[in-house]
Ligand binder design. Structure first.
Ligand code: 5RP
Length: 220
């Protein structure tokens, strides 16, 4: 394991503290940090009734580890959702979607009481926007949405060869200064053809666990 993999493993272990009940139905995100979580999840298996998954890949991994995966429509609200992020600011506002699962991730975050975000320290930033902002778009709206994103000050780039689990495309927006995340999240959502964007300001994390060489920091 290299250093970053070790940090992801440590923060995944720290997240197990939040499995504090029995028969829990938990939301599970997508990405390499969450993959570390799924690998250690059997340690709290007795507390988990089932999982709601944010992607086909996460579903595959959960089933491989013997977990029961349910549809969100079967479960009602969830008490806990755990996921990673591409960027996190000091207010637990995030950029997500590097893995392209942002829409399902935002839905599960919205349906959960507590969104626990797990990151290593490389994800922490002062102002969101260094990481290109993923925007999920209905394919026929690609050009229209790209023009609207340019008007907002960004440089849109189609994610080549990538189709989301929902059958849509991803436009990654470079050089967007996200000074007011709530405002830009709404403005992008208002563009016709946008399904979802990767700013999680309305659905910010309840708490972020940050792994560094000095241990785990809890950011409320
Ligand atoms: C996937 C995501 C991931 O949470 C994000 O990309 C972080 O992934 P990783 O843990 O691999 O750095 O939003 O859509």
């Amino acid at each position: 394991m290299n250093k970053q993999e070790q940090l992801k493993h440590q923060v995944a272990l720290a997240a197990l503290e939040y499995f504090d009940d029995y028969d829990m139905v938990v939301g599970i995100g997508t990405g390499s940090t969450v993959n570390c979580l799924i690998d250690v999840l059997p340690q709290v298996k007795s507390r988990i009734d089932s999982c709601v998954s944010s992607s086909i890949e996460t579903t595959r991994r959960l089933k491989e580890h013997g977990f029961h995966v349910k549809e969100l429509n079967q479960t009602g609200p969830l008490s806990l959702y755990i996921d990673g992020a591409d960027e996190c600011d000091t207010h637990n506002r995030l950029i997500k979607g590097g893995g392209g699962a942002l829409t399902r991730e935002k839905i599960i975050a919205a349906a959960s009481d507590k969104f626990v975000c797990i990151v290593d320290e490389s994800k922490m930033i002062k102002i969101l926007g260094s990481f290109p902002l993923p925007v999920e778009v209905i394919p026929m709206a690609q050009s229209h949405v790209a023009r609207a994103l340019v008007k907002l000050g960004g440089q849109p780039e189609l994610r080549q060869g990538f189709i989301t689990d929902n059958g849509n495309i991803i436009i990654d927006v470079h050089n967007l200064k996200i000074i007011d995340p709530l405002k830009i999240e709404s403005q992008i959502n208002d563009i016709a053809g946008v399904v979802c964007n990767g700013i999680f300001a309305y659905q910010k994390a309840y708490v972020t666990l940050i792994a560094s060489k000095n241990g785990i920091k809890i950011q409320n």
